[in-house]
Design a protein around this ligand. Structure first.
Ligand SMILES: Cc1ncc(COP(=O)(O)O)c(C=O)c1O
Length: 487
């Protein structure tokens, strides 16, 4: 910057230096508060005597471009920096279809926000107070002292090797057959699904899913411009007749299913339905994306087997796992388990996107998992969630008798209230300090408006009771309004 100055004949050097620095300040190349080089340093850079620099700085000081603080140096003042030219880009005109859909469907932006003091049934995150922080700190220190600098360097796209080995054994424990299967670590389920759809689908392809389903999954399918075919849900999982009807005469690329503690309904698909659904999809050559995000939370110790286990040595099921709901959402760690070749393709997709998921995070998580702290934590949260689930259910049964309660547990339950627009219910509840997730956001075309999802795990018993009573009052208000409308 200073070296750019080329002296010309006919003007004193100190004037040329002052002019050069003036221009740098006016152009914003030297910002307010920047310390200028000392006279000794600048004289050596420019090959002039120190006095020349002292005189140049004197001019700048007189014009109030700089100030000299005794013993500290010479600093640029802000008052002479010219405003940048008026350059304004309208970023709305630059977006592509992906961004338009992503923003349109971004419920974090569009839904009513929680305000301090409100009772929120919206969240289905684990309550942080249950995290074993001491063990987590130990895991961090242990892993970093074992790996030292290596864990802070670049690693493999598929993941941190000890963690991959852990996950492989974990999948075998679930009964999965590891022959010709592989694993890749992802930034949560969300990245896993996005990677899969990026690698194996193109706009216009058909994808089948439960309707309702996980809102983020719907958003990802829509950003990939897929044709989404919804299959109705029953209280024990997919409506098999509807599944058969919907796949008929259609070339469906994938089926995305959440067999356990389905979001939003909380339904656990029965074993017989798992088998039926699997066989129908296999016979029709439709690969399954199985979302196993919540299955560890099953309140009973034994769990219905995942579809990937039913798949055995076949390769038609790709299983997506995540530590977001069963442990730490903020670590953003999940995995994809499936056919070796499919994972090999996904490895290149991952490298293309973000090279790999943080090795430090994977390393800490691995250390935490192998310490046995995870099993202890799961045992604890299952008990806590079960008690809260039963309490919430009791409160609803007592106060909102007309509600049909769906779901067997996990982190949430789903209500259907015939004849009630739950958006309207939410508006009334919001005024009274309660929020929940209106069910329409989980339907492919937002076509159903009489359902809602209640997350209960982060609320105290008092809040649950108070919140349900407020929903009851809001319902009464709406019914009165409906009755008045009829008169
Ligand atoms: C059905 C389903 N799958 C997976 C996840 C976890 O997603 P992620 O791992 O990206 O946090 C969630 C979170 O709400 C979910 O509801």
């Amino acid at each position: 910057m200073f070296k750019d100055l080329i002296f010309v004949d006919g003007t004193s050097k100190y004037v040329q230096i002052a002019d050069h620095i003036t221009k740098l300040i006016e152009d914003g190349m030297l910002i307010e508060g920047t310390k200028l080089p000392s006279s000794r340093e600048l004289s050596s850079i420019l090959g002039v005597g120190r006095n020349t620099i002292v005189e140049a700085y004197g001019i700048l000081e007189e014009k109030e471009f700089v100030e000299t603080l005794k013993g500290k140096g010479t600093f640029v003042l802000g008052n002479k920096i010219k405003m940048k030219s008026n350059w304004h880009i309208d970023w709305n005109t630059k977006t592509n279809r992906y961004a338009e859909i992503a923003e349109q469907l971004d419920i974090v932006k569009s839904e009513d926000k929680w305000k301090h003091g409100m009772i929120s049934f919206k969240s289905i995150s684990p309550p942080g107070e249950l995290f074993d922080m001491e063990e987590f700190k130990r895991a961090f220190l242990n892993r970093i002292s074992i790996e030292e600098h290596k864990i802070l360097n670049y690693g493999y796209a598929i993941g941190y090797r000890p963690f991959l080995q852990y996950l492989n054994s974990y999948m075998i424990e679930k009964g999965a057959c590891s022959k010709n299967k592989d694993i890749i670590v992802t930034n949560g389920f969300t990245e896993g699904l996005d990677m899969l759809l990026s690698a194996f689908t193109k706009p216009g392809d058909y994808i089948l899913c439960e309707n309702p389903t996980h809102n983020t999954a719907l958003k990802i399918m829509k950003t990939h411009e897929l044709n989404i075919i919804g299959v109705d849900m029953m209280e024990d999982g997919l409506d098999i007749d509807d599944l058969e009807k919907k796949i008929k005469d259609r070339n469906i690329k994938f089926a995305y299913l959440i067999p356990s503690y389905h979001n939003p309904t909380g339904v656990v698909m029965s074993i017989s339905k798992r088998n039926k659904a699997y066989n129908i999809l296999r016979e029709n050559n439709i690969p399954i994306i199985e979302d196993g995000f919540n299955e560890e939370l099953i309140y009973e110790s034994s769990h219905a087997i995942p579809l990937t286990t039913i798949d055995g040595e076949n390769n038609g099921v790709i299983y997506l796992g995540s530590y977001s709901k069963i442990l730490f959402p903020g670590l953003r760690i999940g995995w994809i388990y499936g056919d070796k070749r499919a994972i090999e393709i996904l490895e290149s997709v991952k490298r293309c996107r973000n090279i790999h998921t943080s090795f430090l995070d994977q390393g800490i998580l691995y250390e935490f998992l192998k310490s046995g702290a995870f099993e202890k934590y799961i045992k604890k949260v299952r008990r806590v969630y079960k008690e809260k689930y039963e309490f919430t259910k009791e409160c609803i049964e007592k106060n909102i008798k007309e509600a049909e309660i769906w779901g067997e547990g996990g982190l949430h339950m789903f209500l259907k209230i015939k004849g009630i627009d739950t958006r309207q219910l939410l508006r009334v509840c919001y005024e009274k300090g309660v929020i929940f997730m209106p069910g329409d956001v989980f339907y492919i075309n937002r076509e159903e408006n009489s359902t809602l999802r209640l997350g209960f795990t982060r609320l105290s018993y008092e809040e649950i009771e108070k919140g349900i009573k407020i929903i009851k009052e809001a319902l009464e208000t709406i019914k009165k309004q409906q009755n008045c409308g009829k008169m």
